[in-house]
Structures are given as structure tokens and as C-alpha cells.
Design a protein around this ligand. Sequence first.
Ligand code: AVJ
Length: 318
Amino acid sequence: MLKAEAGDGQASLADPAFRHDVLTGLAARPRAIQARWFYDRRGSELFEDITRVEEYYPTRTEVAILDASAADIAARVGTGRAVIEFGSGSSMKTPRLLEAVAPAAYVPIDISGDFLRDAAAELATAFPGLPVLPVEANFMAPVPLPDAVADLPKLGFFPGSTIGNMTPFAGIDVLRAMRGSLGEGALLLIGIDRVKEVGVLEAAYDDAAGVTAAFNLNLLERINRELDGTIPVDAFEHRAVWNDDASRIEMHLAATRDVAFGVDGRDFAMAAGETIHTENSHKYDARAANTLLRGGGWTPVAQWTDPKNWFALILAEA
Ligand code: AVJ
């Protein structure tokens, strides 16, 4: 299927789901657009840049935990499993896990075929002899796995605190779907970001160099590129705020003056100070993470953290 990519300027090729979510989200009160739409080509590049900024601790902390705990994880998990990764795989994390647990097969699952094929090809080159069996699917629902891994014990891998983008309500649904995909007796290794000092959290989502701001604002550029938008991007600013009741960082795009614009032929107006809510990043303490996992049908059996207790890799059993 044809899909619009950043910069091709072809509104007619835009993903209909993107158009639907943007038009609905801009008309809603409060206005909100799901975080999944950040990741066009430019957005994915900007996220890669975020993982390298000083204030953004999650990626480097999770990688450090993987490095420090690889032998321990391997001892718990054993070798010869099928590793099923939810998401197309990170060049930083996936090789470390595969190295540690010497799997019999690797199955990355992602909704974006492009990212999936790139990541799978890279992995296959790095691990000659390892069957790499990508599956293009939405893992928010149970995914049928390739026949080749039917009889292998499974290890799910869901790093990056991606579950933090979901409300607990949606997170529990996705955990249950993963249980459905992997089956009873499977293991799941999941990365979950922890609650910590508000200053550390807010800085991680509002870095001094403005990389996260550019990442957030790119959503408006993407709307302009792909949906024939006339949003005056310079009239919006990035905001990252801790919502303590919901235990999450929220990202918003705030209008700095009254604005009127069009998207896909429809007119919108926003008053100065009004925002579009673009992302939630939920943070869990140890107990809340365990409750979340149990709610999704997974029993935590081991966990590894960094010395500051900022991030956790949790192993759970279905
Ligand atoms: C990819 C969802 C883990 O929430 O930390 C980073 C995305 N947003 N900076 C996160 C993100 C702003 C990230 N996740």
C-alpha cells in the first residue's frame, strides 16, 4: 500500500488513519493527537537525537541495565527461545539481548513495514544463522506468530518504556494482547521508566538544546506536509509538564497567540494559551509496575534497575 512519507508533499497519499486522528483530535476539547503520529521519517530521526541528549536519561539507563545484567538475565531466561520483540527493534538494545540469550529465532513485530524491514535486515546481518522473521502487524491485538516458532519457548521483549505512552487502561490491554500472542508460560522482558524527582523528569522532556521541542513541533510540520495544513508552526511552543495525579509527563503544543488555520480543507481556530495534548509518558514505581503487569496477566519474577533506581527492566511470566 502506498504511504505518505515526510516531505513528499502529497496530501492525497496521506494515511487515512492519520487524517482521521488529526481532524478528530483538533476538533476535540481538550485537543489531543496520539503520540504514535510523531514518528514519520523526520520524527524518528529526532527521537534518535533525543536519546543522545544529556537530559534524556531513559535510553542510556536502560542500555546500561542491559549491559550490567546480561548474564543475570540469561541465567533466568536460558537459551534457545524465540525472542518476540514488540516494536521494530533498537540497534542499541536488541543486539545486546540477542547476544545474552542466544535465541533460536527472532521475531520483530511492528505496524510500520518500512522500519521493520530495515531493522530486520540489520539484525540478520549482525547475527548470521539466526532466523529473523519479521511480522507486520499491530501488536495492540494478539498477533499470530510464524509457524517456525510455534514449538519454541517464547521470550517477549518490550523495551524503551513504550508502555508509558499508554494510559494504564490501554497498557493493560496491550499486556493482555501480548499474553495472547505469546501464550501461557511465556516470559516477557519489559522496560518501564520509574517515578523520580520532577525536575529530572521535566528536563528529560524539555532539554536545553530544544531537541524535544523540535520533535513535538514536527507533528505540526507533518500535518502541514501530509494533510495540506496551514498551521503557523512559529505560533506554537513546546511544553512538558508533570501531571502528578496521573503519574505522567504530558507534552503539549501551546498557541502563543490567537491562530486560525486549515487542515485538509477544514478550518480551526485556537486562542492564545490553548494547547494540543500530544503525548503522555507514564512513570511507575516498583509496586505500580507490578500491579500493571499483574493486571495484564503477567507475574513479575525478577527485575533489574540502575544504581539510581531510575529505570527498571522487569521479567514476568504469563
Ligand atoms: C519512546 C515513548 C519511550 O516517552 O520517553 C521522548 C518518547 N517523547 N521524548 C518517552 C519521547 C519525548 C519516549 N518513548
